[in-house]
Design a protein around this ligand. Structure first.
Ligand code: AKG
Length: 308
């Protein structure tokens, strides 16, 4: 470290990594926790989730936003190793607006290819509503990013993530169309939906495209644009694959405007609990409800205070 440099200067992306992201729509994997620490942290998170007195909602199938009642996950979303890399792509002001648990038991199918940007609320027969509304252009590379952290082995046999590189440059699917939930059909490989219903060109076959398989060790994370077509392989191993996705936007983006509840995977939850978390910088817009503490009263940390 030379004079004038701080510890966090080393946590951002290099020029090469930024170029790679621009071209491909994803970048990583990066180290966060050690291989030993990651499963221990997940066990701790599980205990907190199971015993939580402040669950954001009671659904057992919609597993969103447990960073709001699970202190281990509350701290995870603003880890400087993550946030400083996000800053290189999205700018200094960053909200975490959503988290999902992606658990794949041994024998479970892979996740089908999909491509999103506004996260249209999945299941509706009337008008589909976007979760995110982009209110302005940006000088940064993007206004939306996902970080997927492996808390178990996530190699090919465990069902690693995969990407179609460069696919963020063009729409292959129409995310604004509603999807039909079907528990009967096992071919519905996107958590009970058939995402290929949304293909813009019915003759286009993603299996003709070049694919990158993102093998990850426990404790590593990858950053990607949800618009970069992604999915995962089936879990053919005898261990459960555990991924935790944390999703980030610039504060200029309106989160869940005109969306009071989510109906997905055959269940409905109210969004009364919802708020975004400022993990870096400032919110100069005031568009979104912000939680500065989680539902247990545990304060969220901002990465730029370098408190970790
Ligand atoms: O974990 C998976 O299988 C899929 C993950 C995914 O689609 C996402 O993080 O957006």
């Amino acid at each position: 470290m030379t004079e004038g440099q701080t510890k966090t200067d080393f946590l951002g992306l290099t020029e090469e990594q930024i170029e790679f992201f621009k071209e491909n729509g994803f970048v990583g994997p990066f180290d966060l926790y050690s291989e030993d620490e990651a499963p221990l942290l997940w066990n701790q998170a599980m205990i907190e989730m199971v015993t939580s007195a402040n669950k954001p909602h009671n659904s057992t199938v919609i597993n969103y936003d447990r960073h709001l009642d699970c202190n281990t996950l509350s701290d995870h979303i603003s880890r400087p190793e993550i946030v400083h890399k996000l800053r290189s792509l999205i700018g200094d002001d960053i909200l975490c607006w959503k988290t999902n648990i992606f658990k794949k038991a041994p024998g479970e199918a892979g996740t089908g290819w999909h491509q999103v940007e506004t996260f249209v609320v999945g299941e509706t027969t009337t008008s589909a509503t976007p979760s995110l509304k982009y209110t302005e252009e940006t000088d940064h590379l993007t206004q939306e990013l996902t970080v997927w952290t492996a808390f178990s082995p996530a190699g090919r046999e465990n069902g690693c993530l995969r990407y179609i590189p460069g696919s963020h440059k063009k729409w292959y699917y129409d995310e604004s169309k509603p999807l039909t939930y079907s528990v009967e059909s096992r071919s519905h490989d996107f958590f009970g939906y058939d995402y290929s219903e949304l293909k813009l060109d019915k003759d286009w076959d993603p299996s003709d495209e070049q694919v990158v398989e993102m093998e990850m060790k426990p404790g590593q994370f990858v950053i990607f644009l949800a618009k970069c077509i992604h999915g995962s392989l089936p879990n053919v191993s005898d261990t459960t694959r555990l991924g935790f996705a944390s999703r980030y936007v610039s504060p200029s983006v309106k989160v869940y405007e005109d969306v009071d509840s989510l109906s997905e995977f055959g269940d409905t939850i109210s969004l009364d609990y919802h708020g975004s978390v400022l993990v870096s910088g400032e919110d100069k817009y005031g568009h979104n409800r912000i939680h500065d503490k989680n539902l247990n009263g545990h304060p969220f940390k901002k990465a730029d205070t370098d408190e970790h």
